[in-house]
Ligand binder design. Structure first.
Ligand code: GSH
Length: 222
């Protein structure tokens, strides 16, 4: 069986994996789950990914893997993708790994707090103190994350340096593309904004991969 991908296209780590698959014409079959309906927590899905999160893949019928960064690293190696995505040179590779690791406790951390405050808060009737605390923590983390990205992107076209995008750019640009969902923006961070615009044309499948997100945002405006 071809590689199986379990995804919800509203999810930023899923879109990152989807971009790498589509940009490189890697044959795969998509299984769409709805995170908001709790479909990642069914017994059958937990056999694929016991953590109950997406994205996940199953390769060669028996190799199950979760965590978007790990999946992207696996695809780069197993499909021998062009070097710029995840360079073989150890020092360049570590520059990419740095950003992937940084992502979890910085921009992703900010995103999770702001999603909880601004999206799940009202949707799930969370207590106001929870909302306020989450928002404060999220806004602080967002500001420091964007400041660091801005500083880096004022010197380099891509986060990890180099002349072409890496999987670190893919992971982080999907996070930034999600900003309108929870009321964040790149205003005041011109180099981050330029990088986002450039990648949104450089990544050929951008519109395809963001179609569900765009639809979701359009429905919120009505
Ligand atoms: N660190 C994980 C994060 C995965 C993750 O948080 N996925 C969310 C969707 S964005 C999910 O599956 N949530 C389901 C749940 O927690 O119930 C990755 O990069 O793959």
């Amino acid at each position: 069986m071809v590689l199986q991908l379990y995804t919800d296209w509203l999810s930023e780590p899923c879109r990152a994996v989807g971009i790498l698959l589509l940009e490189n014409n890697i044959e795969h079959e998509v299984h769409e789950l709805d995170v908001l309906k709790g479909e990642t927590h069914t017994d059958s899905y937990k056999k694929i990914n016991p953590v109950g999160k997406i994205p996940s893949i199953v390769d060669d019928d028996e190799f199950n893997l979760g965590e978007s960064h790990t999946i992207m690293r696996y695809l780069c190696e197993s499909r021998n993708l062009p070097d710029h995505y995840y360079p073989k040179d150890i020092k360049q590779r570590c520059r990419v790994d740095f950003w992937l690791d940084w992502h979890h406790t910085n921009l992703r951390h900010a995103a999770l707090r702001l999603i909880r405050a601004n999206v799940f808060g009202p949707m799930r009737n969370l207590p106001q103190t929870t909302i306020d605390e989450s928002r404060k923590e999220g806004e602080t983390a967002l500001q420091s994350s964007l400041t660091f990205m801005e500083e880096t992107l004022s010197k380099n076209d891509y986060l990890a340096g180099g002349k072409q995008l890496s999987i670190a750019d893919i992971a982080l640009v999907c996070e930034v593309a999600m900003f309108p969902v929870y009321g964040a923006s790149t205003d005041g961070y011109p180099h981050v904004e330029t990088w986002l615009k450039r990648l949104s044309t450089e990544i050929k499948c951008w519109n395809q991969i963001n179609a569900k997100l765009d639809q979701f945002l359009a429905s919120k405006k009505q």
